[in-house]
Design a protein around this ligand. Structure first.
Ligand code: BG6
Ligand code: MG
Length: 212
């Protein structure tokens, strides 16, 4: 492995906003009378807002127009942002913060690769806006994970070829995206059962064992 850059997914890796996504989608689904649970929520990891809504609507009793879908997605995002506005720097664990600082000290370029359009707001809430060398997010991509675009853009932003980048992901879609990008895929959390991962870590500081 000749890794020089590490690209981190945000939701479920750096911060546990995945629980806020769940609560916001749950509120919207309940109002629509559509069944939604944690298992369905796991399918939404790494997937864009609209693609997530389309997965949820698979359990709906009828078709929804594009206009209705936009309204529902907007409502979900308002509820979600309500949770985000309560976040503080303490929402990044000491383990994550110390590990990120140590990886930077070891000379790695560090980037964010997230499908979320709320990425910059979240990083601001947790006081990490200026920490990363680059941010690739839902605002600079056309296709969300499992498409590799978000990670290829992150590699471009830190001026590294894909083969010198590792990706840290909690989503199956994110591991697929990393492998399609020809990057080393590190699985954490929900993605640890994904067979395609190159490295599996039990917790964030596990990265220090693999990246010297
Ligand atoms: C990803 C999450 O990081 O961002 C997905 O894992 C989410 O669950 C996606 O749907 C889009 O997020 P946002 O904030 O743009 O709605
Ligand atoms: Mg994630």
């Amino acid at each position: 492995m000749n890794i020089k850059g590490i690209i981190f997914d945000l939701d479920g890796v750096i911060v546990f906003t995945d629980k806020f996504h769940y609560l916001a989608w749950k509120a919207v689904s309940d109002e629509l009378g559509i069944y939604f649970d944690e298992k369905i929520n796991n399918r939404l990891r790494g997937v864009s807002r609209m693609d997530s809504l389309n997965i949820i609507l698979e359990n709906g009793a009828r078709e929804y127009s594009e206009d209705e879908k936009h309204q529902i997605a907007e409502k979900k995002n308002e509820i979600y942002k309500g949770y985000l506005s309560q976040m503080t720097p303490s929402d990044v664990s000491d383990e994550v913060r110390k590990t990120l600082i140590e990886l930077k000290r070891r000379g790695y370029l560090l980037a964010i690769g997230s499908s979320s359009k709320n990425t910059k707001y979240i990083l601001e809430r947790v006081a990490l806006s200026d920490f990363f060398d680059a941010i690739s997010d839902g605002t600079n991509i056309k296709k969300s994970k499992p498409d590799p675009e978000v990670f290829l853009k992150a590699a471009e932003f830190i001026n590294l070829p894909a083969c010198e980048c590792a990706v840290v992901e909690d989503a199956f879609a994110g591991i697929d995206a990393a492998k399609s990008a020809d990057m080393t895929a590190v699985a954490i959390g929900d993605a640890t059962s994904c067979k395609k991962a190159d490295i599996v870590i039990g917790s964030f500081s596990g990265l220090l064992k693999y990246f010297h």
